[in-house]
Design a protein around this ligand. Sequence first.
Ligand code: IMP
Ligand code: MG
Length: 184
Amino acid sequence: MEKVTLHDKTFRLFIPNADIEKAIDAVAERLNKDYADATDEDPVILLCTLNGAVIYAAELLKRVNFPLVLKACKLSSYEGTASTGVVKTEVPLPKHLEGKRVLIVEDIVDTGTTIVAMMQQLKEHKVKDARVCTLLLKNEVYDKDVKLDYVAMEIPNRFIVGFGLDYNELGRNIKDIYVLDDSK
Ligand code: IMP
Ligand code: MG
């Protein structure tokens, strides 16, 4: 499909699924090297940020081979097509994270407001190590100090949907990534 319409907006094809999967392969390879020392007694906590990162987290799970425990949380900062700058905690972080290595799996880092809030909360939970693994980064917008350890793809400052990302909850189940088409 060249174009899709969700609610009142039209989007055009931006990143085909095959390219997304290739980028995920490369990240998974790095993770397998970097976490090769994880053990059943000291597994990595893979923290999936709902809802947007579910597909990315699932694709990573199919590719990584170190011991891990899957957890989820939900913070949100976006309404419609723009960041509100205020982070709401809808599903809090899991308990018993003290001393653990946590890998945050995010769909997209835009202004970074969400990731800063999440890092702050992880610090309060006294984790041993927290790293960020995001499918997408709007590198022209991101202006925070939190290190983004694993970035699968960088994109310009455009609003996108698909592969887990939504426009007012629609579009998550599109397998390619589409960009807002403002030519019309
Ligand atoms: P930040 O807090 O500004 O970094 O925004 C991060 C969150 O906003 C992401 O986890 C997404 O849920 C949402 N978001 C940011 N950019 C987009 C986009 O282009 N499409 C859909 N959701 C987005
Ligand atoms: Mg999100």
